[in-house]
Ligand binder design. Structure first.
Ligand SMILES: CC(C)(COP(=O)(O)OP(=O)(O)OC[C@H]1O[C@@H](n2cnc3c(N)ncnc32)[C@H](O)[C@@H]1OP(=O)(O)O)[C@@H](O)C(=O)NCCC(=O)NCCS
Length: 163
């Protein structure tokens, strides 16, 4: 009984794995739900065929519910985007995706990892604080999409050393 339950719950758990060009459509769809300016499926496809890109996805069954995508250049890297399906947020999936990316980047010899985050993005800032990122810069009034009535917001530049 215990084993059967474990199997059932195991099957029902989100699965983390490497992402590839076949995920471009689903990633663009999720990205559009998560950010002011969405990236098209073509933009994702271009990134995902690039050998300097490290990307992971979280899937539930056949549905993509999260992803993280990073560009690597020599021993530095930049997290380009991380997102979790709204109904799955707050359950540790963002943390698991980030942790997997950090471990993969470390095996590739990345020593320093950077990212930009909106100063007002509490969930993302907590995610990065828990993963030991620290602030190294601030870009004032950095985020502003054309036609967006909201005022521009500041970007924080965060850094995490891996080596
Ligand atoms: C940021 C994001 C990826 C986090 O994913 P997630 O699966 O919710 O992450 P976790 O469940 O691992 O939680 C991470 C932290 O955020 C906190 N958090 C989650 N949802 C939150 C919310 N709505 N408000 C405040 N904090 C929240 C969690 O409590 C946790 O912090 P803690 O460890 O101090 O408790 C997700 O919120 C998202 O997709 N946001 C939109 C896209 C985005 O902003 N990406 C980051 C761009 S830099």
């Amino acid at each position: 009984m215990k084993a059967r339950l474990a199997t059932l719950f195991g099957r029902a758990a989100p699965r983390l794995s490497a992402a590839g060009p076949a995920d471009a459509d689903a990633m663009a769809e999720l990205h559009a739900k998560a950010f002011r300016r969405g990236w098209s499926a073509e933009e994702f496809e271009r990134l995902l065929v690039d050998t300097g890109i490290v990307a992971h996805r979280a899937t539930f069954g056949r549905i993509l519910i999260g992803f993280s995508i990073t560009r690597v250049a020599a021993d530095e890297a930049e997290i380009l985007s991380i997102a979790v399906e709204p109904s799955w947020r707050g359950r540790g999936l963002g943390g698991r995706l980030l942790d997997l990316q950090l471990r993969r980047l470390a095996t590739l010899g990345v020593a320093r990892l950077f990212l930009e985050v909106d100063e007002g993005n509490t969930a993302a800032r907590r995610l990065y604080a828990r993963a030991h990122f620290h602030e190294v810069g601030r870009r004032v009034a950095y985020y502003h999409a054309a036609g967006d009535p909201r005022p521009p917001s500041n970007a924080l530049v965060l850094r995490r050393d891996l080596a």
